[in-house]
Design a binder for this molecule. Structure first.
Ligand SMILES: Nc1ncnc2c1ncn2[C@@H]1O[C@H](COP(=O)(O)OP(=O)(O)O)[C@@H](O)[C@H]1O
Ligand SMILES: [Mg+2]
Length: 323
């Protein structure tokens, strides 16, 4: 499939009182049409900021300072963040759902109003047509009695059901890309699995691409075709899901794999957390940010700027001197 999104050398920074935070530090990646991609890394590594950059939703003191975001052949960074073109893309052609639906759903509006608002705005539907479409969208994501529940408020729904509403809302305008930022993190394991399954089915049905953003490599294993591993504002390894699971090359990826519980192995295998904590991204050194936690590090890692990605073959890339 051809590419729907190509991000080149994206840099997004926060100018804080404490110093410069390079939240996204020269990130390049692509997504093919109808592809499911995983973006994985521990908390604070820049996953959300990189995706908010694509939507041009980075808030002050943050700023996109470099790079290109080519969507459907057009560099979104040439468009004004609040201009009409970007507004017709954001929420419609590229939609995003977040970890906590209560923060993105308006508590004082019915579910129906929130869905029809988007449909009227982006699809130009009239009141009754958009209500019909909204009911259909809620039915599609498995909300029982959609024709009456549409008049409920967000707090009448459980966490899992609210996330279903968010999926319906995200897909209501037929986006090319749905970005799901830790969509299931706050939910129990069973609901998590149901929602991932639902998202997979829905993007298939809508012929959309899906970006699953998560700190848990296990979450994307079943769904993503390709995976990007992120650390301290950079992509440190990229590959097909098979590459990442069968032949991980970056010590960080290897570390992440060791903390996933697996069903196919004998019980009692120890889950090994990665020692240490992810770095605070304020005023970072130019050397590899993973080296303080890395058991494979060499002299070079402590002296030279961290290495760019090397191509290992096929779609597999890694940024490490010692891979
Ligand atoms: N509004 C902000 N002001 C200052 N720093 C921020 C802001 N938002 C995010 N950051 C910093 O950017 C980095 C990446 O954050 P984020 O993308 O939210 O991480 P992730 O989604 O991977 O957990 C973090 O170090 C965070 O502290
Ligand atoms: Mg995040």
């Amino acid at each position: 499939m051809p590419e729907i999104l190509q991000v080149n050398n994206l840099e997004t920074q926060f100018f804080t009182e404490g110093g410069l935070v390079k939240a996204v530090d020269g990130v390049s990646y692509h997504i093919d049409e109808q592809e499911i991609v995983g973006l994985v890394g521990e908390s604070g590594c820049g996953k959300s900021v990189s995706q908010l950059s694509v939507m041009q939703l980075v808030s002050t003191p943050g700023k996109i300072v470099g790079g290109e975001i080519i969507f459907d052949g057009q560099n979104l960074l040439e468009l004004e963040a609040n201009g009409p073109e970007m507004r017709s893309i954001r929420g419609a052609k590229i939609a995003m759902i977040f970890q906590e639906p209560m923060t993105s759903l308006n508590p004082v509006l019915t579910i129906g109003r929130q869905l029809t608002e988007t449909l009227e705005l982006h699809m130009g539907l009239n009141k009754s047509a958009s209500r019909e479409k909204a009911i259909e969208a809620l039915r599609d994501v498995g909300i029982p009695s959609a024709e009456s529940r549409i008049d409920d408020y967000p707090h009448h729904f459980s966490g899992g059901m609210r996330q279903r509403v968010m999926i319906a809302m995200g897909l209501s305008c037929n986006p090319k890309i749905l970005i799901a930022d830790e969509p299931t993190t706050a939910l129990d394991v069973t609901t998590q699995a149901q929602l991932l399954e639902l998202m997979k089915d829905m993007v298939e049905q809508y012929h959309a691409s899906l970006v699953i953003v998560t700190h848990n490599l296990g979450v994307v294993a079943r769904y993503a075709q390709r995976i990007y591993i992120m650390y301290a504002g950079r992509i440190v390894e990229a590959g097909t899901t098979k590459d990442i699971f069968a032949d991980p090359r970056h010590p960080y990826t290897i570390g992440l794999l060791k903390c996933i519980p697996r069903l196919d192995e004998e019980r009692g295998r120890k889950l090994v957390p990665i020692v240490g904590l992810p770095p605070n991204l304020i005023n970072m050194q130019p050397t590899c940010a993973f080296s303080p936690r890395c058991s494979y590090k060499s002299e070079k890692c402590l002296k030279e700027p961290w290495p760019p990605l090397t191509h290992l073959g096929n779609e597999h890339y890694v940024g490490c001197f010692n891979e």
